[in-house]
Design a protein around this ligand. Structure first.
Ligand SMILES: [Zn+2]
Length: 81
């Protein structure tokens, strides 16, 4: 279920809508950090009904592996402050 038949898309995570706000379910807020602006643009997964779930750039990197990039060393949040 949820697989794209043409196989062109990367593997999508399936999110449990019970843990998301309406805004997140509508794709208007980042599914990870709830940030609404800038609007999350990266589709990181789907709901069980195939509605897309979005995340902001930073969270998308954390949520899903980036097959186009070499694996990044583990980044510490403390290093950002
Ligand atoms: Zn985010």
């Amino acid at each position: 279920m949820g697989w794209n038949p043409n196989g062109a898309e990367p593997i999508m995570l399936t999110f449990d809508p019970a843990g998301l706000t309406i805004t997140q379910r509508d794709g208007d807020a980042c599914v990870v950090c709830h940030k609404k602006w800038p609007r999350p643009r990266i589709k990181v997964g789907v709901l069980p009904d195939n509605a897309p779930v979005h995340a902001c750039d930073d969270c998308a990197e954390a949520v899903m592996p980036m097959p186009d990039n070499v694996p990044l060393p583990r980044r510490s949040r403390a290093a950002l402050s």
